[in-house]
Structures are given as structure tokens and as C-alpha cells.
Ligand binder design. Structure first.
Ligand SMILES: O=c1[nH]cnc2c1ncn2[C@@H]1O[C@H](CO)[C@@H](O)[C@H]1O
Ligand SMILES: [Zn+2]
Length: 359
């Protein structure tokens, strides 16, 4: 098939999503409902269509800090057990409808306790929502517990990630403003997770450069990098010659460290100038372990399928490229090896073969 896959076709392909925030993917209608039910009165508008536009425009500031301010409203309506169950169930439904077969969805439990829920109650509500929303939809959803990097609760959250690891929590993450909050601030939590043989990813190399990536990998021992786009600062491409990798970039590629790339989100926070100039093009050519993700579907007005469609348009990606990204993601999941293999051979490869040969 020489033609590029269309958005409709991409929707039917089996996809894997490793970087998606629960509080960045709510349906605008649900935000309005939950605000009414829980008495949250700070929404900029209660018209769902206008609210959808507001989130996208407010997130388009070119600054991560400003981008993160929009989460006040989603987190604001996610403070009760019922709202967390509903948001998680709808998240699973929406991802399944987009053709996602395996997802790891993250959120910060510490941000959902202001109406009195305990951290455990938050975690259990989200797990229940994912169980309800996934049932019978051909999708499997694990959660990642995030600690906020400007706060000081990472050890507590890491302990919960270990405690709930056999019942749906796949790993741990840190997120929030990057500049001024290096990953080593949370070194005790990462060392604890390593001693417990637990998995974690770190948002690094998005709003801050190589030192953040270096710390995440060499001090903290991250299994994966959230974004990691700034790794291109350690690669030089002469006009006529071969790309040259610095030591850190070479390490990331040699060790097959997965990069959870989120192209549209990077445009909004200023981490990349355009899709066509996004580092994903070069990193894919150089065979880094690149994966394609949404970050925040509401703020970016996107889906995994739409991210792939934009990349296909900008870089001419074919079904083979898409399958490569998808298998990269499945290989990088925080799921036991045999289960990853079963999904690759039993679901992903047959799904792409069907689309490639029969459309
Ligand atoms: O791209 C990002 N970079 C850093 N932090 C983020 C990003 N997207 C969302 N969050 C932060 O993660 C929290 C838990 O889900 C969100 O509330 C938001 O503050
Ligand atoms: Zn993120």
C-alpha cells in the first residue's frame, strides 16, 4: 500500500498509549456535570463546546507553567469517589473507541484529597473506574501514580505504587513544572522503588534540557523518559554528514531507553516549534526507542490516532512506521514480559497485517 494511512484507518489500528494524564483527558460535558454536582464554581464557562475551546486556547501559551494552570479546573471537579470513578471509566471508553488496546494512564493522587478522600480511596476509585470502563471493550488499562515534583510527597506515593502494584498500578512518575525542580529532589523515592524492583518513568527534557535527562537516568534510574525531546541538544547533524551523538544521547539509544513523545503537547508548551520540526523525525530516523503519545487529550484536543495522522502527514509515515512505534511502546510497557509479547504477537501484529493487506 503506497498511500499514507487515513485518520479513519489509523483509528482501526491497534494502538498502545504510555503517556496520558487522567486529569488531562476529561470530556468537557463531564466537567460541566461534575462542577454542577459538586458545587465547583470556578469554571470559565459552563457551555461544553466553549469549554473545549477554552482548554485548548489556554494551553497554547508556549509555557509549561501556564499550560499546567488549566489543570486547576479538571482537578477541581475530581475530588469525590463518584467523580473519579466516572472520569476513569470514560477515559477507558474514549481510549477504546480510538483503538487503543493497552494504556498506562497517570494522575497524582495527592491532588484529589481536598474534599476529604484518603490517598487509598482515590487510588481505589480510579482502579474501579478503569475496571468498569474497560470491561468488554478490548482494552487493558494500567495506572501510573504521579508525585508532583514541587511537593514533597513522592516517598509516600512511591510506597502506594508498590502496595497496589498487583492490582492495577503499573508504576510511578513525577510531573509538574520542571525548571527549578530537578528529579534528584525525589531521589529517596526512586532509590526505594529500585530496591523494590518497581518501575518508573520521569517527566524530563520537556521544559528543561540535558541536565534533567541526565539526572533522571543516571541518578534516579528511570526506566523511561516522559517527553525527553531535549535529548536532541546532545545530537549534532552537519548539513552534509551523519548525525553525531554525544555521550548521553548515545547512552539513551544504546540502552534502548523509551522516549514517551507527545508532539502536540510539545507545540503548546514551546518544547518544539512545529510538528514538521519536532525532534521525533530525527530520533525515529536514528532508531531511538521512540513512542507516540497524547499527554493531555483535552488540553491538546487530540487522540493517539490524531497524533499519528499528524506525524504521517509531516514525515510520510507508513503502516510499517506506525507498527514500529506501536511495538516500541508495547515493548516499553510496565507489564510482565510474557504479557507484552502476547499483545505484540496476538493483537498488534495481526491487527496491522489486516489493515496493511485488506484496508
Ligand atoms: O506535560 C506535562 N509536563 C509536566 N507535568 C504535566 C504535564 N501534563 C500534565 N502534567 C501534570 O501532571 C499532573 C498529574 O496528572 C497534572 O495535574 C499536571 O499538573
Ligand atoms: Zn505528561
Amino acid at each position: 500500500m503506497s498511500q499514507l494511512p487515513t485518520l479513519e484507518e489509523i483509528r482501526r489500528a491497534p494502538k498502545v498509549l504510555l503517556h496520558d494524564h487522567l486529569d488531562g483527558g476529561l470530556r468537557p460535558e463531564t466537567i460541566v456535570d461534575l462542577a454542577r454536582e459538586t458545587g465547583y464554581d470556578k469554571l470559565p464557562t459552563t457551555d461544553p463546546g466553549a469549554l473545549r475551546t477554552w482548554f485548548q486556547e489556554a494551553s497554547d501559551s508556549g509555557s509549561l507553567e501556564r499550560y499546567l494552570e488549566t489543570f486547576d479546573h479538571t482537578v477541581g471537579v475530581m475530588q469525590t469517589r463518584e467523580s473519579l470513578v466516572r472520569v476513569a471509566a470514560e477515559c477507558a471508553e474514549d481510549l477504546a473507541a480510538d483503538g487503543v488496546v493497552y494504556a498506562e494512564v497517570r494522575y497524582a493522587p495527592e491532588q484529589h484529597t481536598s474534599a476529604g478522600l484518603s490517598l487509598e480511596e482515590v487510588i481505589e476509585a480510579v482502579l474501579e473506574g478503569f475496571r468498569i470502563g474497560s470491561e468488554g471493550r478490548g482494552i487493558r488499562v494500567g495506572t501510573l501514580l504521579t508525585a508532583m515534583r514541587h511537593q514533597a510527597r513522592s516517598m509516600e506515593i512511591a510506597e502506594l505504587a508498590v502496595r497496589y502494584r498487583d492490582v492495577g498500578v503499573a508504576g510511578f512518575d513525577i510531573a509538574g513544572a520542571e525548571a527549578g525542580y530537578p528529579p534528584t529532589r525525589h531521589l529517596d523515592a526512586f532509590e526505594y522503588l529500585q530496591r523494590e524492583n518497581a518501575h518508573f518513568t520521569i517527566h524530563a527534557g520537556e521544559a528543561f534540557g540535558l541536565p534533567s535527562i541526565w539526572q533522571a537516568i543516571q541518578w534516579c534510574g528511570a526506566d523511561r523518559l516522559g517527553h525527553g525531546v531535549r535529548i536532541i541538544d546532545d545530537i549534532t547533524v552537519p548539513a552534509d554528514g551523519e548525525a553525531k551523538l554525544g555521550r548521553l544521547a548515545a547512552y539513551v539509544r544504546d540502552k534502548r531507553i523509551p522516549l514517551e513523545m507527545c508532539p502536540t503537547s510539545n507545540l503548546q508548551t514551546g518544547a518544539a516549534p512545529s510538528i514538521a520540526e519536532h525532534p521525533i523525525g530525527l530520533l525515529r530516523r536514528l532508531n531511538f526507542r521512540v513512542t507516540v503519545n497524547t499527554d493531555n487529550r483535552l488540553m491538546s484536543g487530540t487522540t493517539v490516532s490524531e497524533e499519528f495522522a499528524k506525524l504521517s502527514e509531516a514525515f510520510g509515515y507508513s503502516w510499517d512506521d506506525m507498527q514500529w512505534f506501536t511495538i516500541n511502546a508495547m515493548k516499553s510497557a510496565f507489564l510482565p514480559f510474557d504479557e507484552r509479547l502476547a499483545l505484540i504477537n496476538g493483537v498488534i501484529k495481526p491487527g496491522f497485517a489486516q489493515l496493511k493487506w485488506h484496508g
